[in-house]
Structures are given as structure tokens and as C-alpha cells.
Design a protein around this ligand. Sequence first.
Ligand code: SF4
Length: 639
Amino acid sequence: MWVNCWGNPIIRVDLTSGRIEKESIEEKLLKKFLLGRGIGDWLFFNNVDPRKSDALSPDNVLIFSSGILTGTNFPGAVRNSIVSLNVLTGGYGESSCGGYFSSKLKQAGYDGLIIQGKSPKPVFLWINDDSIRIKDASKLTGRTTFEASDIIKKEINDGSASICTIGPAGEKLVRYALINCDNRYVGRCGMGAIMGSKNLKAIAIQGTKTVKVFNIRKLKKIAVRIRRLLINDPIMQTKIKYGMGKENETYNELNLLPVKNFQEVGFDRISEIGYDELKKYYKNIIYCPNCPINCDRLVQINEGEPYGGTSVSSMEAGPAYNMSHFLIDDMPTIIKAFELLNGYGLDMHSWSNCMQWAIECFERGIINRKDTDNLDLRWRDGPLLLESIRRIAFREGEFGNLLAEGVAKASKKIGRGSEKYAMQMKGMEIDDELRVDKGMSFGILTESRGPGHTLGAYFGGFDKSMTAEKAKILYGTENAAKAEVYDDKADLVVLTERYAAIQDCLGICWFASYRSAPQLIDKYNMGTYAELIGETTGWNVSEEELIEIAERILTVERSINLLAGLERKDEYPPDRFFKPIPKGPRKGMALKREALDTLFKRHSILHNWDPETGIPYRKTLEDMGLTQIMDKLESAGKY
Ligand code: SF4
């Protein structure tokens, strides 16, 4: 059985009524937004009014959107875009993961899935090619993501089905609950809490059809070319050889490893939790379909050792990075924390940020044992951190309940000046050091979903192979190689935002592309994407047209945030990032407000938005065919 690469039905599941429908998307809309993140954004805009809806209310929708290339053999084409209201910011939310879900969705015959309403009791959705059923999930309540996934596979009698599931944190509506998709994690924006708010414990999917493309011979040729390019690239070779396990040490070397709630930068015991230590626990490589990088590793602690029997995958740089913030220097504690976070279903970045805020406030005497349910909070306390994960996931006690709300709401509730130590923007927890690499930071500040580094952050400033000469050739400016320089960084971020937008519509993983290896841009770029769309769909689209599509996508996301009440002022980070780094090789570095003012203006000019406010001009929206957005912005008083 065959299925098209795009133009397949979208499934709409109304969990309130139990109604399941299939809808088609007109071709002209596909050509305006493509698939993946692009069409996901547009479907979201047409289904939810951010002015009226709360992320956790039944009228919010959760959209799973497959990329144009997912389900084919193209390297790294596995990404699943999930679009909804962001539980933490109230504005645009998007998160994605690798694995099998996106490919299976396409292979089952669908481009996407819209979940709306709220089921009266816990359920899971079982999509098995043409059969779509809502099934009782009462017995899964309180189960970890790992347990739920195993139980569902047994119940549907299909060990190779792809499973997206939430843990107790999602059920308890922790605002940064994640979705576990085949042990890859859709972490940011609280998508797990949205599933929980709909009483949807899991989605299981099996697809057995073959994806039909326009010119399989030519698509294979491009796939071979890109596969060769990736496996011969030095940055990718590090990932192939070590997984992502070396990256935390690299961040530390580059002075990108903040500790103690961004009070300092750099961890002097990094070697104790570096790659050499991590590899002692490596058991297997975990594969994504057709990806030559295979960056994921399963780690396991042997019985008899501390935390023996612990086992978790996707053990890349993130866990060690996040535990370094607390000065944790033993690998078993890091592995155990990561297993608990993923099993209970909490985003490690937001959890770590919330706990760092709490510890700093405790140290400063702003909060005390009365606020923490008798816990003493301090740095370098592994058992405390493990305990906090359970309390937050289950909203145990006042302290667990407080931190389950996220750092913005928690600090507001506590007051007493604690807001000053909440390292958040737009309501979402900051994960990255912002004072050092200006291209990376500026992309994080302008990211539509809140402070994240996947939609626009430019990473060339710290690429060791990017000399000034090479930067000039590849990007037209030597500043593309200079992390500390502000000049040209708005242009580089806009370039990255456009590439990321189209790449997310194709479903290509950013670890296997230009976005994590900026020196590949002359060989793997917008021209390649145009070529890929042509050979996959038969639509002969140009690079210029793809830039227009990217701009449309970014403008829709901007408008969703504006409708949700987010403004230019919300794009500036907390004061701490304007104060000098107190020690280390980058001592004295800080963000400069005036330099950011200039970058924000340039960023808006490049997008055809008002440079003073960041609001898209009416003419921009008209030219993009987005008059519905213009009307909504008008009625929201934005003009
Ligand atoms: S780079 Fe890693 S996450 Fe991305 S597709 Fe390949 S294996 Fe999966």
C-alpha cells in the first residue's frame, strides 16, 4: 500500500465527544505552509484564539505534524513537530523529537493529528493504519512513561508501534511536563501537561504503508550526497563516535556552562562527569530511522552499584549540563536524575532552573524550611535533587506544588524579591548562558516559543573550524566566526530562523544538518531544501519562494505571541545577564542593552515588521496572504 509524501488527510480527534474525523488540506495551503511546523502553525492559528484560551483548557488543541520527508529514507528525516499553546508563556508553543512517531504517522497515511476537547476519563489513542480508536487508559494512571509504554505495547499486541506517553507529571498538570516519544523527549513548552489536561495518557501508532515520492531515483541521489557530507564532517564525526556525550565538556571549555542559577560560569570538576566517565555506562547505540549520525545512547548502571538497575536513553549532554548547574560531580546521580525526570515526565531544563532558583532563594534567606516542607536546600546535594523530582512530578506538598508551576509563577507567588532570581523570559525557564556568544544568545532571545536554542540560535561563533576567512566566504562577514561580537548577528539569526523553519517543515533533524554544523552551509542549504521538495513532491519551488514561506511561518508565530500579550519588552532577559560574569576566562562579559536594542530593530527590519515594536506591518501581512491575522491583531488593538 502506498501513501503520498504530502496531501494526506489530517486526523481530528475530539476527546469530549469521542468523534474522529479525517480532513483534507487544500494544495494551495500546503504550498503556503508546507508540512511539519509550518502547517502545524497555521492549523493552530485557525483552531485556537490565544486571547481567549488557556493552554490547559479543553479549547486548546495539540497538533502533531509530520514533515514532507518523514517516512522516506532521507538521512535525519524523522522529526515530529508538536504545536500548541505554550503552557509556560501562554503564547506560541512548539517542541519536537526524533524517533519513529513522525514516520509512522505518515506511513499510516496521515500528515497530521489534531487533538481537541477533554475526555471524561483517562484514554489513549491507537492509530493502526486506517483504524483509529480511543481506548480506556484508567489502569495507566500514575504509571511512569516507561511503564505506560510497555503496558500499551502489550495491550495492542504490537511491540514495534511508536508510543508517545506522559508520566504522572503530565497527569498532574505540571507546567513543564514532557511527552516521551519512544524514549526521545518532547521536553519544552509543557506539551505533556496539555495531554494531561485532555485526559490523554498516550498515543500509539503503527503505519505500514510506503511513502510515494515524485522522483525516487533523484531523491536517492541527494540522500547519498548528504549522507556522505554528514559522515565526513568533523562535527558530525564527533557525534557519530561519541554520541552527544562529549558536549558538556565542550560547553565548559567555551565558557557556556552556567552554574548556581547563572551566578557563575564554569564547573571545575567537569572531568568527573565527562565523556570518559559516561562511556563506562554506555550499553547500546539507539537509532533513528535512516540517520547516519545515531547520536543517542542507552546507559545502564550495573546492579550492586549506586542506583544499580537504572537505565535510560537519550543520555546526551543535557543531563550532565543540567546537573553541573548544581555542582553535581558523580555520574550515577546524573543518570538516576535523568531516568526519574523522563519516567515521571518532567522537562529537565525547566526542572533544573526551578530548583536552582529555589536553592539560591534559600541561601539568600528569601525562602526557608516553612516554604520547602522542611527541606534544607543547598548546592551539590544529589539526594535532595532526586527527592525534588518526585515531589514536583506528583505535586507533593506545598513545595512540590509551588515548583510545578514553573519559576515565573512560583517566584510571583513567593514574592519577597524572589522574582529577581527567576531566570525566565516570557514565563519560560532559561537554559543557556546568554552573556558569551552573541549569535547564539540573540537567537534565543527572539525564539518564538520562548528562550530555546533550536529555532534561530546561530552557533558559528564557537565552531573551531570557522576561521574569519571561512566565515567571510560562507556568510559574507568575518563576524560569523566571532562569538563575542554583536555586529551582523541579527542577520545571521534571521538566516538561521529561515533555514530552521523550512527544515522543520521537511522534518529533518537539526542535529543532522547545518544548524549544528554551520560550516556545512555552502553544501547543505536552502537550495538543497528546494531540490528536496522538488524531487519529493514534484513541486518546482525556488529558494526565494522558500524564504517567503519561512517568513510567513515566522510571522504567524510572532502574531500568535502578540495576540497572547507578549511584546518586545518580553524579549529582554533578566538583569543578571546584563551584569558581568564574575570569574573565569570570560570574566567581565555581559549583555549590553543598547547593543540588543540595535539587534532587535535590525531583526524586525529583516522580517518586515515594525522595528520599534516588532509588530508585523499590515502590508507585510497582506503580501503574505495573512489578512485573517491582520484582522485579529487589529481587534487586539495592535494597530
Ligand atoms: S541526529 Fe540523532 S536525533 Fe537526529 S535523527 Fe540522527 S540519531 Fe536521531
